[in-house]
Design a protein around this ligand. Structure first.
Ligand code: AMP
Ligand code: ZN
Length: 479
């Protein structure tokens, strides 16, 4: 498989350090509010990557943190603590907010068929890990104390900007309006490993440390949690593109300085989902959540398909119209699968040919839209129903669209609808797609839409189907 690596800016062949265990780390949510569907785009695409690795036969261990402390509203250690902000907003304790929104996050994930990672670790569980890493960084002069906080000294590194050559002036916190520059920092992009002097007197969560009572910075949590569960190296680290700088850049700086060797081989970043008016936001206007999609009558898996239709390295624009198009595509796909008769024995050669097409798509840096095309290839393939359905079920292990279950329930619904349609009975040769067309024709006639009824009759004729109206129903046969 070839995967784009944000460090080399190239598609690289994916070669795990140990094919018997692929180590994957994902930056988890900051649990101060519901996840918006932009956040969930990142998690859907990372889920596809994990499932595809498993599909290829790799055992995967995936770890995710839950940020319940230390993430300030600006990623550069300034602004308000997000958890505190959430607690104030809802007049609850920080721990209550964290528990509530962690559950809400996984409930959303379940609706979107995003598998729960093997290990999910709240940042507040691993304080000892952070202290261990920071202690060594201080001892080896990679970190310094200033004004009561512990900072990472970025000038100690030969190459700090691993993803891009940034212009330091552009990134300087002080130049941003309304944000105070932290005068304790020796270099503009030094970052806090441990806060003791916090401007938040009411910081709820504090722990004792060699540098005084305080709390960890945001970046150190991912290094600490990853090392706790995955050891000293990692195969793939993922996150949304906004995480590349400063979060992942800082993770690499502190991890490699601590370990004394390379830490992670592949960095996968998902581009953002935005609205036509700009950035996805949790505070402005309509807050786009999975619940909102459901309230508006959309099955959350329509949103999953919407994400899969685009490449993860392209920005994606959300609009209700775009979602409606995904809904239509999803319904068509399900109807087509529902119309496949599960007959014959699986033809192994035919199945492996279909699997090859699917594999080719995903091997090319996870081309999910071509993987969806591979589902249509299976639907149209010159093979029997059992083989088509076996291929679709197999692809859905990665796509996670519940294709087979949804097709079955569509078939049942159509059968019920046909029966309840004033006792309208269709007798044919057992083909759900044809039954559906015959029923549509009957409905058109009932509504006195004869043009539509004739159009459907012609469509059926073109398919070699002859329909005869009989009292209380219709009979069709292939001629
Ligand atoms: P947060 O809860 O803010 O820590 O973000 C959770 C994940 O969502 C991170 O991997 C972010 O990079 C990612 N993310 C944030 N905004 C978007 C967006 N608009 N589109 C896609 N991913 C996003
Ligand atoms: Zn992280």
């Amino acid at each position: 498989m070839y995967l784009y690596n944000s460090v080399s800016h190239k598609k690289e062949e994916f070669i795990p350090r140990d094919p018997n265990l692929v180590k994957m780390y994902t930056c988890g949510p900051t649990v101060y509010h519901f996840a918006h569907i932009g956040n969930l785009r990142s998690y859907i695409m990372e889920d596809v990557l994990e499932k595809y690795l498993r599909w290829l036969g790799y055992p995967v261990k995936r770890v995710m943190n839950i940020t319940d402390v230390g993430h300030l509203s600006s990623d550069a250690d300034t602004g308000e603590d997000k958890m505190l902000k959430g607690a104030k907003r809802e007049n609850k304790s920080v721990m209550d907010i964290a528990a509530f929104y962690t559950d809400a996050f996984f409930a959303d994930c379940e609706k979107l068929n995003i598998k729960r990672p093997d290990v999910v670790e709240p940042a507040t569980n691993c304080i000892d890990e952070y202290i261990k890493i920071i202690t060594k960084l201080v001892d080896t002069d990679y970190a310094y104390l200033a004004g009561g906080n512990v900072y990472f000294d970025t000038s100690k590194l030969e190459k700090y900007y691993v993803f891009n050559e940034h212009n330091e002036e552009d990134l300087a916190v002080g130049v941003r309006e309304g944000v105070e520059e932290d005068t304790n920092k020796r270099n503009k992009n030094d970052f806090v490993l441990w806060f003791t002097k916090s401007k938040f007197e009411d910081q709820a969560l504090k722990w004792d440390s060699p540098w005084g009572v305080g709390y960890p910075g945001w970046h150190i949590e991912c290094s600490g949690i990853s090392m706790k569960h995955l050891g000293e190296d990692l195969d793939i680290h993922c996150g949304g593109i906004d995480n590349a700088f400063p979060h992942h850049t800082n993770e690499i700086a502190q991890s490699e300085s601590y370990l004394g060797h390379k830490w992670c081989n592949y960095w996968m970043h998902v581009l953002h989902l935005n609205t036509s008016s700009g950035k996805m936001s949790k505070s402005k206007g309509e807050f786009l959540t999975v619940s909102l999609l459901e309230e508006k009558g959309y099955d959350p898996l329509i949103y999953r398909l919407f994400c899969l239709q685009s490449h993860y390295r392209k920005g994606l624009v959300f609009s209700w119209e775009n979602l409606d198009n995904a809904k239509i595509a999803f319904e068509k796909m399900i109807a087509k699968i529902a119309a496949i008769k599960p007959e014959g024995e699986v033809d192994e050669a035919g199945l492996s040919e279909l699997r090859e097409r699917f594999k080719k798509a995903l091997d090319n840096d996870l081309n999910t839209s071509l993987a969806i095309t591979a589902v249509y290839d299976a639907i149209k393939a010159q093979t029997n129903g059992a083989t088509k359905l076996a291929a679709i079920a197999d692809f859905d292990r990665v796509l996670g669209l519940d294709l087979i279950a949804k097709a079955e329930s569509k078939r049942e619904q159509d059968a019920k609808a046909a029966k309840s349609e004033g006792g309208y009975e269709i007798r044919g040769e057992g083909d759900a797609e044809i039954d559906a067309l015959v029923l549509q024709r009957a409905e058109a006639k009932k509504a006195k839409n004869f043009a539509e009824a004739d159009r459907i009759r012609d469509e059926l004729k073109a398919k070699g189907i002859e329909v005869t109206d009989v009292p209380g129903g219709a009979v069709w046969k292939r001629v």
